[in-house]
Design a protein around this ligand. Structure first.
Ligand SMILES: [Zn+2]
Ligand SMILES: [Zn+2]
Length: 860
C-alpha cells in the first residue's frame, strides 16, 4: 500500500504511533522556541570579525501593543535576508528596537488611565514576545528603546550640538496646528491640508515661538546625493526630489506704487521665467501675504473678499489637491511697478497663490503660463506676447497659439532684450537686477526648516533654559539627560503639559546662578528615529551616542547594507535621517554620507480589497494565525502570496496552503530521513537513472532559482514556489516507485535533496527547517550552515538531437531539451537557419513530430 494512503488513514487516529508523521507546528515550534531562548548569543553580531559585515535592518516599530500583519511581512523579509546572509558566512547585524515616544502613547494612556511610560513598556514586552514567537532572529543585546533616558539623553546632546552650530534656532512662525493632536505639525506631517494622523482633521495656522532645525542648509546636498543611491527605489528618490523641490529662478522686487512707507513697499516675486517679465500684466499675492493686511485695513469689502479666498483655499486643501482649485481673485485697486520697464501693473489677491510656496507673490504672465492665462481670461486681464518661436529674425514667425510656454524661443516686445534667446535674456536680466539692486538670480527650495517643537508630554525634553539675564541657555552636557518627569497630568489641554510641573520648569541658570525656566516643549519623535540605527552599533554606550569606530565598522562608506520598511516613510523619516547623517558626518562622528546604501519598500497588506482596519473588521491578528497555522506558515505566507513589493490581499486559505506544504515536507522527512543507514553519508553516485537524474536536476535548478532571487529581485514568492515544485517531484517519484522513493532515488541523493530542502527553507520557515536538520542527523547549527551551491552542469536540462526532415528527406538536426514539447520542437526546427531557408516561400501543409525521435515538415 502506498505510504501516502497509509498516512491519510492514520491521520487523527493514531496518536501513540512512534512514527507519527503528522506535522504539528505548535509542537515543533515550541521545542525550538525553548532552545533558542536558552541561547542569548544565538543571533549576536560579532564586534570584530574576519568575515564580511552585513547590516540588515527593518524599520523599528511604534509600540502600539500588538504587531499587525504589515509588521510581520516587513520583518519576515528582513529575517529571511539576515538568515541567508548568515548562511553565506557574513557577520550579520540584525537588531530591533522601539520608536516609543509619541502621541498615540499619550492618547492611549489617557484612555486607559495608565501613565505613558508604563503603558509603553508593557506594549514593548508584548510585542517583543510576539517577535520571538514568530522566530525573528534579532540581536536583542542591542535593543534600543527611544523613550528611555539612556537613549533620549543623546537626542538632547545632539540638540545642543546643533544649537552650538547654529543649526537649531528659535523663531516665531506660523505653524501647522492639529486641533485633535493639540500640537504643532511639521510641513511634512500635513497631508492634503490635514493632519497625517487625523486624515479628517484640517490643520490650522497659528503663530508660535518654535524650535527649528536648519535642514535647509543641506537642501542642495540632500538633493544631489539622491543620485548616489541607485539601491533605493526610484519612486522614493522621486518623492524626495519633489519634496526638496529645487527651482532655479530670479527674485524680482516690484515697488508698491504711491507707497508712503518706503520700508514696507516691496513685493518680492520669485519667477523661473524672468525672460517673460515684459509680459507681466499683474502681480498676484497669496491671501495671507503681509501686504494684504495693509490693503484691507480700511477696506471691509476687500477684507471680506480675502476672507472668502482664504475659505476657498482651506476648502480646496480639505478636498485634497490645491492645484485643482477653481481659481478666484480680487483686484486690490493698487499697483506695483515692474522694475524692468517702469510699467504699473495691477495687484491682485488670488486663492491659488500659497504663502508657504516661494515668496507668496508671483508676477502673472498670461501669454506664457497656463495658469496665468486661465486667470487672465476669466478676469479679462491684459495678455501680452513677449516670446516667439525661435527662427529667422528677417522672417517674422507666425504668432503662436497662447499660452505659449516654451523656453526655447526669442524675446519680442521686451525693450533692450528683444531679439535675444530666452536663455540669454534670462541670464542678462538676472544680472541687470543684481546690478541695479532690485533682484538676483536665486535657487529656491520647497524644503523648509524642520520645526521640532511639540507641546506634548511624551517626548524628549528640549534641553534649553530661559534666563532673564542670559536669555536662551543650553543645559550643560554634564547635566544631561534632562529627565522627563513622571506623574504629569496629561489630561488637560492647551499648552505644554510640562509647563504645569513647577519642579520641572523652575531651575537655576548655569551661567549666572539665578532663576531660570526650562523649555517645556518636547521634540518631534522623528528626531528619535533619525539616528537610532547608529545606536544599535554601540547600544549601551553611556559616554557618547555611539563609538565612531563601532559605527564605522557596520556602516562602512555606504551605510546600512539593506534597509527595509514601508513606503509611507519615503519622505519624513528618510529625509530627516539623511540630514542627521550628514550633520553627524560634519561633526566628525561618522564617515558615511548616507545612512543606507539600499532601501526596500514592501507593499501593504489588505484584506477583501481594503486596508485592514478595526472599523472595517478585517484585521488579521498575527497571534491568531500563529495559533492556527504556526509561525512558519504565517511568515512564509506573507512572502509567498505575492512579490514582497506588491500589495498583498490576505487569504486565510493561503496560510492553510502553506501549512499543508510544510506538512508534506515534514511527512516526507519522517519517512525518508534515515541517518542510521550506512549509505546515508556516501557520495551521490555519478551515474543515475533517468528518474533519479530528474530529481537531481530539479534540485540544482531549485538552488539556482532561490539563490538568484536572493541576490536579485527578491521574488520570494517564486523561490518558495520552486521549493514546492521540488517537493512535488519527490512525491511524484515516490508514486512512480510504488513505495518509498528510496527505491527510485539512491540513499545518498535522498539525503542531499532533503538536506538542501532544509537549507533552502531556513530563511523562510526556520522552525521546521531546524527540525528537519535534526531529523536528518545533521550536526552543527543550521543558522550558520553554508548555503547550498548549485552545479550548473547538473542543473542543465538533458538535451537530445532530433533529425529534421523536409518532405521526408533528412535535411538537418536540431538540439532540444529531452522533454521538449511538440511546440518547442516545431519552433526550433522552423527557426533553424538551414531549414528556414529551405521552406521559405513555401506553404507548410503539415508538420509531423515524433516526440524524442524526429520531425518531418511537409511543404508544397
Ligand atoms: Zn492630529
Ligand atoms: Zn543666567
Amino acid at each position: 500500500m502506498p505510504q501516502e494512503e497509509k498516512t491519510l488513514r492514520a491521520d487523527g487516529q493514531n496518536n501513540d504511533s512512534l512514527n507519527d508523521d503528522r506535522y504539528n507546528a505548535q509542537r515543533i515550534e515550541s521545542k525550538w522556541f525553548d532552545r533558542w531562548q536558552q541561547d542569548a548569543s544565538l543571533y549576536a553580531a560579532e564586534p570584530h570579525s574576519t568575515r564580511q559585515k552585513f547590516y540588515v535592518l527593518e524599520m523599528l516599530p511604534y509600540p502600539s501593543g500588538a504587531l499587525h500583519m504589515g509588521h510581520v511581512r516587513n520583518y519576515a523579509i528582513g529575517d529571511a535576508l539576515a538568515r541567508y546572509m548568515w548562511m553565506n558566512n557574513y557577520n550579520v547585524l540584525h537588531p530591533m528596537g522601539w520608536d516609543s515616544f509619541g502621541l498615540p502613547a499619550e492618547n492611549a494612556a489617557i484612555q486607559n488611565n495608565t501613565p505613558p511610560r508604563e503603558w509603553t513598556l508593557r506594549n514593548i514586552a508584548a510585542m517583543k514576545a510576539q517577535m520571538k514567537r514568530l522566530g525573528f532572529a534579532y540581536d536583542w543585546s542591542r535593543e534600543v528603546t527611544t523613550c528611555l533616558p539612556d537613549y533620549y539623553k543623546w537626542n538632547q546632546w545632539f540638540f545642543i550640538k546643533l544649537f552650538e552650530k547654529g543649526l537649531a534656532y528659535r523663531k516665531k512662525s506660523r505653524v501647522n496646528w492639529c486641533p485633535k493632536c493639540a500640537t504643532v505639525l511639521a510641513n511634512e506631517q500635513v497631508v492634503d491640508g490635514c493632519c497625517w494622523r487625523h486624515e479628517d482633521t484640517l490643520v490650522e495656522q497659528r503663530e508660535l515661538e518654535q524650535w527649528f532645525l536648519r535642514i535647509t542648509n543641506y537642501s542642495e546636498e540632500l538633493l544631489r546625493d539622491l543620485d548616489r543611491l541607485p539601491g533605493w527605489p526610484e519612486k522614493v528618490r522621486t518623492m524626495q526630489r519633489n519634496w526638496i523641490g529645487r527651482s532655479e529662478g530670479t527674485l524680482v522686487d516690484f515697488k508698491l506704487d504711491g507707497a508712503t512707507d518706503p520700508a514696507n513697499s516691496t513685493i518680492s516675486v520669485f519667477t523661473t521665467r524672468v525672460d517673460t517679465i515684459y509680459g507681466a500684466t499683474s502681480v498676484q499675492l497669496a491671501p495671507q501675504h503681509p501686504m494684504v493686511a495693509r490693503f484691507t485695513k480700511n477696506n471691509d469689502l476687500l477684507r471680506a473678499s480675502v476672507d472668502q479666498l482664504i475659505a476657498e483655499q482651506r476648502k480646496a486643501r480639505e478636498v485634497g489637491d490645491i492645484g485643482e482649485i477653481e481659481k478666484h481673485g480680487v483686484n486690490t485697486g493698487r499697483y506695483a511697478i515692474n522694475p524692468y520697464n517702469g510699467e504699473k501693473v495691477p495687484i491682485w489677491i488670488a486663492n491659488y497663490i500659497l504663502m508657504d510656496y516661494g515668496t507668496g507673490a508671483i508676477m502673472s504672465v498670461p501669454a506664457h503660463d497656463e495658469r496665468d492665462y486661465e486667470f487672465a481670461k476669466k478676469y479679462k486681464l491684459n495678455v501680452r506676447l513677449v516670446i516667439l518661436p525661435a527662427g529667422d529674425p528677417e522672417e517674422p514667425a507666425v504668432e503662436p497659439k497662447l499660452p505659449f510656454t516654451t523656453s526655447e524661443g526669442m524675446l519680442v516686445n521686451s525693450g533692450p532684450f528683444s531679439g535675444q534667446s530666452c536663455e540669454a535674456a534670462s541670464k542678462a536680466m538676472s544680472e541687470l537686477a543684481e546690478l541695479k539692486g532690485f533682484g538676483k538670480a536665486t535657487v529656491t527650495f520647497r524644503l523648509k526648516d524642520w520645526g521640532i517643537s511639540r507641546q506634548r508630554y511624551w517626548g524628549t525634553p528640549i534641553p534649553m533654559l530661559y534666563c532673564e539675564k542670559d536669555g536662551i541657555v543650553a543645559v550643560p552636557e554634564k547635566d544631561l539627560p534632562v529627565i522627563l518627569p513622571e506623574n504629569v497630568d496629561i489630561t488637560l489641554t492647551g499648552g505644554s503639559p510640562l509647563g504645569r510641573v513647577p519642579e520641572f520648569v523652575n531651575t537655576t541658570c548655569p551661567k549666572c546662578g539665578g532663576a531660570a525656566r526650562r523649555e517645556t516643549d518636547t521634540m518631534d519623535t522623528f528626531v528619535d528615529s533619525s539616528w537610532y540605527f547608529y545606536r544599535y552599533t554601540d547600544a549601551s554606550n553611556d559616554r557618547a551616542p555611539f563609538d565612531g569606530e563601532k559605527s564605522g565598522y557596520w556602516f562602512g562608506d555606504h551605510g546600512i547594507d539593506q534597509y527595509i520598511g514601508g513606503v509611507e516613510h519615503a519622505i519624513l523619516h528618510l529625509i530627516y535621517s539623511r540630514f542627521w547623517t550628514k550633520f553627524m558626518r560634519d561633526m566628525g562622528l561618522i564617515k558615511n554620507d548616507e545612512p543606507a546604501e539600499r532601501l526596500f519598500t514592501q507593499g501593504m497588506i489588505i484584506k477583501g480589497g481594503a486596508k485592514m482596519s478595526k472599523s472595517l473588521g478585517n484585521v488579521v491578528s498575527p497571534d491568531d494565525m500563529v495559533a492556527r497555522y504556526g509561525a512558519d506558515a504565517t511568515r512564509m505566507y506573507t512572502l509567498f502570496a505575492t512579490a514582497p513589493d506588491r500589495e498583498l490581499d490576505w487569504q486565510d486559505a493561503g496560510v492553510e496552503g502553506i501549512e499543508r506544504f510544510l506538512s508534506r515536507v515534514y511527512r516526507f522527512a519522517v519517512r525518508n530521513a534515515r541517518p542510521d543507514d550506512p549509505a546515508w553519508s556516501q557520495p551521490v553516485p555519478a551515474n543515475l537513472d533517468t528518474q533519479a537524474r530528474g530529481v537531481q536536476r530539479k534540485l540544482h535548478q531549485t538552488i539556482k532559482r532561490v539563490t538568484d532571487d536572493f541576490q536579485g529581485r527578491w521574488h520570494f514568492n517564486t523561490c518558495i514556489a520552486a521549493i514546492m515544485e521540488l517537493v512535488n517531484e519527490l512525491y511524484a517519484v515516490s508514486v512512480v516507485a510504488g513505495d518509498s522513493p528510496a527505491q527510485a532515488v539512491p540513499v545518498p541523493l535522498l539525503r542531499e535533496v532533503q538536506r538542501t530542502i532544509a537549507l533552502l527553507l531556513a530563511p523562510f520557515a526556520p522552525y521546521l527547517a531546524h527540525e528537519l536538520w535534526e531529523m536528518l542527523g545533521e550536526q552543527g547549527s543550521l543558522l550558520r550552515a553554508p548555503w547550498p551551491k548549485y552545479d550548473p552542469a547538473l542543473a542543465k536540462e538533458d538535451e537530445i538531437e532530433i533529425p529534421v526532415q523536409v518532405n521526408g528527406k533528412l535535411r538537418g538536426r536540431i538540439v532540444v531539451p529531452a522533454d521538449a514539447s511538440e511546440d518547442v520542437v516545431r519552433t526550433n526546427a522552423q527557426s533553424d537557419e538551414k531549414i528556414a531557408s529551405m521552406i521559405s516561400g513555401k506553404q507548410i501543409v503539415k508538420v509531423i513530430v515524433v516526440p524524442g525521435k524526429l520531425i518531418n515538415i511537409v511543404v508544397k
